[in-house]
Write a protein that binds this ligand. Structure first.
Ligand SMILES: NC(=O)c1ccc[n+]([C@@H]2O[C@H](COP(=O)([O-])OP(=O)(O)OC[C@H]3O[C@@H](n4cnc5c(N)ncnc54)[C@H](O)[C@@H]3O)[C@@H](O)[C@H]2O)c1
Ligand SMILES: O=C(O)C[C@H](O)C(=O)O
Length: 354
């Protein structure tokens, strides 16, 4: 095979597996074949929306994760370029790219974990709910394919509005009889990451040592930091509580405004998504005591979905922890959060049931 054809074949190989097989046949390379099968032990992870602002750094960080043996990068644009780029990193995960709806099912078959950052981000002046009209349909389509191709995969949903997209995913899975509430998780890790950072800043602590439970959901008042339960134990003035609560609830808007029309949080989100995905993979491996906040089907309140601390295990969410003792300020915050969340959940459910 001529050098230029070989180069083209290599690029094509990153786009879909049949071409990779052609490359193997043309070259007769055992080695290519081995890698293509994801020979190293580990988990198979797909990122849907992998060419986006979150998708690209997320893909890069997942390629660096030693628990990942096979990384599938799917998008409706630019997947081959991102895949070719990331595949040159000398880490063990094999990377394959998938472009467009016709390759979605190939991207999903056999996956252990599917991470979804597909969809449009906010611009200044918008709420996350303003994204519903576009992102609801995207998440629905992607989840229909997950239900068909890898119904046992753990699904991490990042696309906004998370308060509604998680109920959408659940309804899609219910419709075809494959809903497992343990396996569908809305990613609220960025709220926790922000809360840890902001608390550490004002208390003069190392953020890596701070743990703030953030419960409820992922939009405005539904983001409820439980500052009375911060570890290590901290005592805040009322002024500090007001400042921290407001900043944590509006952290996303802070970034949207600073980016001035160029999107929302991408780098801190990729960091948070990888922190959460890594926790899911460690739990799948059997590590004990993997506990994080996530927005899941829940009985912690009267609402069908709620974010709180959950213990992750081999099947996804193994245990959902109660909220613990709340002070009066937090109880008032909880009531506000529940009121808004109820509407967002209903909106998601109705979208699929209509
Ligand atoms: N959960 C959170 O904490 C959190 C944090 C930040 C952003 N977000 C949300 O994540 C989403 C993505 O943000 P971004 O900044 O990466 O946006 P982006 O526009 O940079 O990237 C989105 C990507 O999704 C792709 N896409 C669109 N339709 C698709 C489809 N049908 N299938 C597959 N891919 C598709 C686009 O081509 C694009 O590459 C937004 O909805 C945003 O609000 C959530
Ligand atoms: O704020 C946004 O729109 C994106 C994301 O939900 C965030 O919290 O940064």
């Amino acid at each position: 095979m001529q050098q230029s054809n070989l180069r083209i074949a290599r690029i094509a190989a990153h786009i879909n597996p049949p071409n990779l097989q052609m490359l193997e046949e043309d070259l007769g390379l055992e080695r290519v074949n081995c890698r293509a099968k994801g020979a190293s032990s580990g988990f198979k992870v797909a990122i849907l929306g992998a060419a986006g602002g979150i998708g690209q750094p997320l893909a890069m960080l997942m390629k660096m994760n030693p628990l990942v043996s096979l990384l599938h990068l799917y998008d409706v644009v630019n997947a081959p370029g991102v895949t070719a780029d990331i595949s040159h990193m000398d880490t063990s995960a094999v990377v394959r790219g998938f472009l467009g709806q016709q390759q979605l099912e190939d991207a999903l078959i056999g996956m252990d974990l599917v991470i979804i950052p597909a969809g449009v981000p906010r611009k200044p002046g918008m709420t996350r709910d303003d994204l519903f009209n576009i992102n609801a349909g995207i998440v629905k389509t992607l989840c229909e394919a997950i239900a068909k191709c890898c119904p046992k995969a753990i699904v991490n949903i990042i696309s906004n509005p998370v308060n509604s997209t998680v109920p959408i995913a659940a309804e899609v899975f219910k419709k075809v009889g494959v809903f497992d509430p343990k396996r569908v998780l809305g990613v609220t890790m960025l709220d926790v990451v922000r809360a840890n950072t902001f608390v550490a800043e004002i208390m003069g602590l190392d953020p890596r040592e701070v743990d703030v439970p953030v419960v409820g959901g992922h939009a405005g008042v539904t983001i409820l930091p439980l500052l009375s339960q911060v570890k290590p134990s901290c005592s805040f003035t009322q002024k500090e509580i007001d400042y921290l609560t407001d900043r944590i609830q509006n952290g996303g808007t802070e970034v949207v405004e600073a980016k001035a029309g160029a999107g929302s949080a991408t780098l801190s989100m990729a960091y948070a998504a990888v922190k959460f995905a890594d926790a899911c993979l460690r739990a799948l491996r059997g590590d004990p005591a993997v506990v994080h906040c996530a927005y899941v089907a829940s009985e912690v309140t009267e609402l069908p979905f709620f974010a709180s601390k959950v213990r992750l295990g081999r099947n996804g969410v193994e245990e959902i922890y109660p909220l613990g003792p709340l002070n009066e300020y937090e109880r008032a915050g909880l009531e506000k959060a529940k009121k808004e969340l109820a509407g967002s959940i209903q909106k998601g459910v109705s979208f699929v049931k209509k």
